[in-house]
Ligand binder design. Structure first.
Ligand code: 5AD
Ligand code: SF4
Length: 441
């Protein structure tokens, strides 16, 4: 029987990349194989994000083009899956081009939805689940040439930060079975992967309990590192409220766990943090940073921070700038607040910072972080790192690039190393975005 072609375009976080691979696996059993050519697709999926309005705007724009595409290819089916499907729901029917939607817990039902389209038209499943962890589904890797892969360890989120849509689109937090996680890591290793990232909205609250044992995140991390000594292991995202000494010690004690912690601070003002329902104070955050620096002196520390949350005053914004300087983040994802319908903030707090001020404050965060990244990179000159080669440099045919365990990109001259090699390098130059180095022979 001829295989049908599946094309998946993934937006948003790394979690979505992992989910697209779960969906590809479910559809493989339905006779769909992945294609990298959208023009030959029988089924086109958008795996979407709802975290900010801009993410959703991109999808609405893309859907505009689909009227023409479907006119040319009348058999093409289009599905919108993921967080935006969950958030927008049946309104996608009005577009006239979307054949079905499936939320993050409804992926096992996609084959049934597909079967019903021809008879009954638009299909939707946005049921959230308390138990779905996609147990026993071995994800189909979307880019087989890759050497770095994702393994989700939890689904959903229980934190309810007041600005955030995730608890509504991804539902309650569930931890995946240890054996499923280990099988996935094993599968990646057997397929030539050299690095894996354990994923969750809040990895620190991982907990898998059976009648005989209870595995928390430091235990899972240590288990993965010990069982797979040849893999480099990363994890994201950590919530500052839950980052324990035990976790920091675990990273310090295992050579193959990367010295990099992504620790979203969101704001430097205690009052704003309280309105965000972040459940930690600036002092607690700084105490965690101090502990990390004490136990892992060369740890890369990166963050998420956003400007213009409800009630943010100039003095609050200044505190965000101050804490960025104080910590000296190596890199940061920076945003301006985007109100999300259904969240606590949308219901109860006033989105009162004018757009022009949000933009100005965001630009100040970005300008400062560029300077901090430049300084961080400058500190690396003369130091040696082991980088994992990821590919050819974009700016030159004669150069390749890899990543340090702190998650920084280093460009080196191409002397025949292969993608997936670990190469020792010394850094000799830098910009705010990149390090330049040479191989140590
Ligand atoms: N507006 C702006 N940024 C947001 N984030 C989450 N929700 C919002 C929102 N409503 C940011 C946070 C989070 C990252 C994934 O996106 O910084 O850590
Ligand atoms: Fe990922 Fe959050 Fe975007 Fe959903 S809303 S795709 S969980 S970043």
């Amino acid at each position: 029987m001829k295989m049908k072609k599946l094309y998946i375009e993934t937006f948003g976080c790394q979690m979505n990349i992992a989910d697209s691979e779960v969906v590809a696996s479910i559809l493989k059993d339905e006779n769909y194989e992945l294609t990298i050519n959208p023009d030959e697709a029988d089924l086109y999926l958008f795996n979407t994000c709802a975290v900010r309005e801009n993410a959703e705007k991109r999808i609405w724009n893309k859907l505009q083009h689909f009227k023409g595409i479907k006119r040319k290819n009348r058999n093409l089916k289009l599905g919108v899956i993921g967080c935006m499907a969950q958030h927008i729901g049946n309104d996608f029917k009005q577009t006239g081009v979307v054949d079905f939607i499936a939320g993050p817990d409804a992926y096992r039902n996609i084959p049934n939805l597909l079967k019903s389209i021809d008879e009954s038209g638009f299909q939707a499943d946005t049921e959230l689940s308390l138990t779905e962890t996609y147990e026993a589904i071995l994800p189909t890797r979307i880019n087989n040439a890759k050497i770095s892969g994702f393994v989700s360890i939890t689904r959903g989120c229980n934190n309810f930060c007041s600005y955030c849509i995730v608890p509504y689109t991804r539902g309650r937090e569930r931890s995946r079975k240890v054996s499923d996680i280990m099988n996935e890591v094993q599968d990646l290793q057997e397929n030539g992967y050299r690095e894996i990232t354990l994923l969750g909205q809040n990895v620190n609250s991982y907990n898998y309990t059976t009648s005989t044992e209870s595995i928390d995140f430091p235990k899972l991390l240590a288990l993965t590192a010990t069982r797979f000594p040849d893999l480099r292991i990363r994890f994201t995202t950590s919530h500052p409220k839950d980052i324990s000494d035990e976790l920091i010690e675990c990273i310090a004690n295992h050579d193959n766990i990367c010295n990099h912690i992504h620790l979203p601070i969101q704001s430097g003002s205690n009052e704003v943090l309280k309105r965000m329902n972040r459940k930690y104070t600036l002092e607690w955050y700084l105490d965690r940073i101090q502990k990390i620096r004490e136990l892992i002196p060369d740890c890369g520390i990166t963050t998420d921070i956003f400007a213009g949350f409800c009630g943010e005053m100039e003095a609050d914004h200044q505190q965000s700038l101050d804490v960025m300087k104080q910590v000296g983040f190596d890199a940061a994802f920076m945003f301006k607040y985007s109100e999300r319908e259904g969240t606590y903030a949308a219901k109860h707090l006033d989105d009162d910072v004018p757009e022009a001020i949000k933009i100005r404050r965001l630009n100040e965060l970005i300008t400062l972080q560029n300077q901090l990244s430049l300084e961080s990179n400058q500190r690396d000159v003369g130091k040696s790192f082991r980088i994992l080669i990821e590919g050819k440099s974009k700016r030159s045919e004669t150069e390749i690039f890899g990543r340090t365990c702190q998650n920084k990109v280093v460009i080196i001259p191409d002397t025949g190393e292969k993608i997936g090699d670990f190469v020792p390098v010394t850094v000799n130059d830098y910009t705010s975005a990149t390090l330049f180095g040479t191989k140590i022979s």
